[in-house]
Design a binder for this molecule. Structure first.
Ligand code: FZR
Length: 286
């Protein structure tokens, strides 16, 4: 039987869930916990210091946010010169795969999912981090609750083609905010101690735009600019206020209002996550 040993604890490999460039995510069984868990394996052989630093930051943050309900739980980890192992709770399905299978979502469920996603990203912001690359594949269902899997610091992982068929969401532009596209601030790519620093203009409001694109996708089955296939045309449309985003009618006027607010192009006009949490959409029971 294939096993993975992390800090002298052995886990039986059940299947591979996803693989990226130098990383793999396995579904494993823990003999002593009698639980199904997930192990993210990262090969460090040809990783440069920046990449390793990115993973260490990711681990530090996962540990810091371990008590947050909407952040994936990290049970254990092991770092050597050649690899990293992260032992985490295992989800049932990621949001990207889920949305590709469920075109219509029950309004009550949708409200619960949105609340969870806002809470997850708010917790990351409170830790002083802007994700800046939010997309459905970053969220995972764990017993019905949506949890954030990563913080956009380390490299992204795509789902394994053999296990789930999914258009690879790595590097998609569909969730990118106007200010991220226009950001030409001269700020250095790395700060004093070599940490890759998000550019000045990208801030929490950029994550609100990305969440708005995910919400839009959940309501209308496509992202706001998905129909524009030429990348340059897509980027221009995202930034161009003359390109009016379409919002087909929906039953709940509060939902429509919240969607429109998340997709305001001027980040100063766009609501913050605390403001969104107080939106009437979340207050009404309907
Ligand atoms: C499709 N699918 C996913 C699961 N469960 C799951 N997937 C995880 N990553 C997946 C890697 C491929 C892309 C989608 C996320 C992680 C994880 C990390 N990182 C920590 N726990 C997890 N649980 C079951 N089916």
């Amino acid at each position: 039987k294939d096993v993975i040993t992390v800090n002298k604890v052995t886990y039986t490999i059940l299947r591979i869930i996803g693989k990226g460039g130098s990383s793999k995510v396995y579904q494993v069984f823990s003999e002593n916990k009698k639980k199904v868990l997930a192990i993210k394996y990262v090969k460090l052989d040809c990783a440069d210091d920046m990449t390793v630093q990115g993973y260490i930051n990711e681990i530090t943050l996962l540990q810091k946010l371990r008590n947050s309900e909407n952040i994936i739980h990290l049970y254990d980890f092991e770092i050597t010169d050649s690899h990293i192992y992260l032992v985490m709770e295992c989800g049932s399905i990621d949001l990207a795969t889920f949305l590709s299978k469920h075109k219509k979502i029950d309004p009550q469920d949708m409200k619960f999912y949105w609340r969870g996603m806002l809470d997850a990203v708010d917790v990351v912001h409170q830790a002083g981090i802007v994700h800046s690359d939010l997309k459905p594949a970053n969220f995972l269902f764990v017993e019905g609750t949506l949890k954030l899997i990563d913080f956009g610091i380390a490299n992204a992982i795509q789902s394994d083609k053999t296990s789930v068929v999914r258009e690879s969401q790595v590097g998609t532009l569909n969730y990118m905010s106007p200010e991220a596209i226009q950001d030409t601030s001269p700020s250095p790519q790395v700060d004093a101690n070599g940490h890759r620093r998000p550019k000045l203009k990208i801030n929490c409001k950029s994550d609100v735009w990305s969440l708005g694109c995910i919400f839009y996708y959940m309501v209308y089955g496509k992202t706001p600019f998905q129909h524009i296939t030429l990348s340059l045309m897509k980027l221009q449309a995202i930034c161009d206020p003359r390109h009016v985003i379409e919002f087909p009618a929906v039953d709940n006027p509060h939902l429509l209002d919240l969607l429109k607010k998340c997709l305001i192009r001027d980040p100063r006009e766009r609501p913050s996550i605390p403001e969104l949490r107080k939106h009437p959409y979340f207050l009404s029971e309907a």
